[in-house]
Design a protein around this ligand. Structure first.
Ligand SMILES: Nc1nc2c(ncn2[C@@H]2O[C@H](COP(=O)(O)OP(=O)(O)OP(=O)(O)O)[C@@H](O)[C@H]2O)c(=O)[nH]1
Ligand SMILES: [Mg+2]
Length: 332
């Protein structure tokens, strides 16, 4: 995967502060890549949606079927109702009758929901800060550590130097897991003893990033239970440690959600967005579910944009999320 590749200046210089990190061609490549990842897992993604539009006319039975598919795919009742109401209204206004017309209206509505969260679509053209700090949070087993390894691998491929923080000091195995990835990827991992202070690990990681001239620091945190408020406090403390050194950071607080947990995942996500300022989502294990509708529920109800999708256990199985590509794959 080759995203977050810093724009290359012919003289090798970094882009200026207000210059986009990517050229339009690079943005196009990011979108194509996201499409390829989806094509691999598409059979499982709300697979039956496109088939609704096979008949030339979109009749009443099909509205019911559309509703059933969306709800069964974890879109959530509220978001499904919102989608259907808006699509029906536009169908009435435009007097659309053919399946192709209804399909286009639905497509635009689904894309609009995914673009609605504050900040809009992922800012692939946003300027790249000197040290990009990415905090990764989420419940046990969601896929944080694996996603971090994939991200580090992609960043390395793109010519960046990542440094990883083993701030999940809760379990010895968690530290070892990150270290193993670090060795495999030849990426520096900053770790302390099990039971140590996560804030201290983060502090040392930022120092290491500065010393190495690293471009990105990615912080792995414990798979904390969202019901334990002391653990949320720990996350807030980690954020404060970062901000003392880099007031604008973390630039991304990525919440990793296991796509197979459906509506339960939505509740987890809500707990995290309330406790720490989540700026984006990594939807892991999208390959393991036929219920991709959770993407719309998240965008519609939480207002958090999906940044990346995990489509397998391998290092290459992470792709930037692109709303248009995602929706087109669903309706194909
Ligand atoms: N199929 C599939 N499996 C994944 C994906 N992402 C992660 N996994 C698997 O999910 C399991 C848990 O992943 P971890 O990365 O260890 O999860 P974690 O959030 O760090 O877990 P804790 O550290 O225990 O909180 C591992 O077996 C991963 O290989 C994905 O996109 N697809
Ligand atoms: Mg982990």
């Amino acid at each position: 995967m080759r995203f977050w590749r810093r724009r290359q200046d012919p003289n090798g210089a970094r882009p200026g502060a207000d210059e986009p990190a990517f050229t339009p061609e690079q943005v196009e490549e990011i979108q194509a890549q996201s499409g390829r990842a989806l094509a691999r897992s598409r059979s499982g993604l709300l697979g039956s949606l496109g088939r609704l539009f096979d008949r030339p006319e979109f009749d009443d039975d099909l509205w019911d079927e559309l509703e059933e598919i969306l709800i069964a795919a974890d879109t959530g009742i509220g978001t499904t109702e919102r989608i259907l109401e808006s699509v029906r209204e536009q169908v009435r206004e435009t007097r659309a009758t053919t399946s192709a017309e209804v399909r286009d209206i639905l497509r635009d509505e689904l894309v609009a929901i995914l673009h609605a969260p504050a900040g809009g679509p992922p800012r692939w053209d946003a300027p790249f800060p000197d040290l990009l700090v990415i905090l990764v949070v989420g419940v046990n087993g969601a896929g944080k550590t694996t996603s971090i390894a994939k991200l580090a691998s992609a960043l390395k491929d793109g010519g960046h130097t990542p440094v990883l923080a083993a701030a999940d000091t809760f379990r010895a195995a968690a530290i070892d897991q990150l270290r193993t990835w670090g060795e495999r990827l030849d990426v520096r991992v900053v770790a302390h003893q099990p039971g140590g202070d996560p804030g201290a690990v983060v502090f040392d990681t930022l120092s290491a990033a500065e010393a190495d001239g690293a471009a990105v620091a990615i912080i792995d945190t414990a798979g904390r239970l969202h019901t334990k408020s002391n653990l949320m406090e720990e996350l807030k403390k980690v954020t404060r440690v970062i901000q003392r050194r880099h007031p604008e950071a973390p630039h991304e607080t990525l919440l990793v959600l296991d796509a197979t947990t459906g509506q339960n995942g939505l509740m987890q996500a809500r707990a995290f967005t309330e406790a720490v300022g989540v700026t984006g989502l990594v939807l892991a294990k999208l390959d393991g579910t036929a219920r991709g509708g959770i993407v719309f529920a998240i965008a519609g109800e939480l207002g958090v944009p999906v940044r990346l999708i995990g489509t397998g256990e391998g290092l290459g199985d992470l792709a930037p999320f692109d709303a248009e590509t995602f929706v087109d794959a669903l309706l194909a």
